[in-house]
Design a protein around this ligand. Structure first.
Ligand SMILES: [Zn+2]
Length: 268
């Protein structure tokens, strides 16, 4: 027997968010958006370029639509309307699918979830690359109401970095930390993982930040995950590339992650 699951079709937003979003958009009467009717009309002009608008009160507006449709739009094999890059402001862009106003909410939601609750800039840029008809201000309005993002941000937040060598004169109220002085390169290395899950670059969600305490030499590695095997692999690469590894023990300072002192010398 199957079980009926009650799910929110608007998640991570709500039906109220959609309702308020539509009210907010309707307040901006000056904004020319594609309705489903206008999009269908443009498709007709592109498919039937020799048809002339019928005489009447609407004739001038229809001529303008026809000129616009034939100049800057095309209909793909899938029957969808696409904005081409023929206009000056679209130069350099690929053709983008036209989104009508009833699809804006769902499109922003889908891209936001696809990008794992990325921020406004990342979502707006991805939308601008693929779609025509959605403004950044609309992305901004909606993402503020995401029910998942606050929890995601809380998960990602952590204490600021406290470099071991930076505590020359700590304030009295701060906890005294042990000062460790490195006397040669690779004696002590600090590693940190920068969390970019909210704004990933393709498959990469983390940046491995490595600093040698003695030389202050810093390197960055993009990572797809934060699992210890991937981090250790980059560490090994870093040491080999530096040609300074040898058979020596290296102490890694843990900075808020599950890495305690880790000896890679024996693996090289
Ligand atoms: Zn979100």
């Amino acid at each position: 027997m199957s079980t009926v699951t009650q799910s929110n079709p608007f998640a991570p937003f709500s039906a109220k968010d959609l309702q308020e979003f539509e009210i907010w958009m309707n307040q901006d009467k000056g904004r020319s958006r594609f309705t489903e009717e206008k999009r269908a009309e443009y498709c007709d002009w592109v498919r039937n370029p020799h048809v002339k608008p019928a005489p009447g009160a609407e004739q001038k507006r229809l001529w303008n639509h026809k000129y616009d449709a034939l100049s800057h739009y095309r209909v793909d094999g899938d029957g969808k309307l696409y904005r081409t890059s023929t206009a000056e402001r679209d130069r350099g862009r690929s053709d983008r699918r036209v989104i009508c106003e009833s699809e804006i909410f769902g499109t922003i939601r889908d891209v936001h979830v696809e990008l794992e609750h990325a921020g406004v800039n990342k979502v707006a840029a991805a939308i601008a690359d693929r779609y025509h008809g959605i403004r950044k201000i609309e992305v901004e309005w909606l993402l503020k109401r995401c029910s998942t993002c606050p929890a995601e941000r809380q998960n990602r937040s952590r204490a600021p970095l406290e470099p071991v060598m930076a505590a020359k004169s700590p304030p009295a109220e701060r906890v005294q930390i042990e000062r460790i002085i490195a006397s040669r390169p690779l004696e002590r290395v600090q590693i940190d993982l920068v969390d970019l899950r909210h704004e990933p670059d393709g498959y990469y969600h983390w940046i491995l930040h490595i600093t040698d305490h003695f030389s202050k030499f810093t390197s960055l590695f993009p990572l797809m995950t934060n699992i210890s095997e991937e981090v250790a692999r980059c560490m090994a690469q870093w040491i080999v590339l530096e040609k300074r590894c040898g058979k020596r023990r290296i102490g890694f300072e843990e900075v808020g992650f599950g890495f305690t002192t880790y000896c890679v010398g024996d693996e090289l």
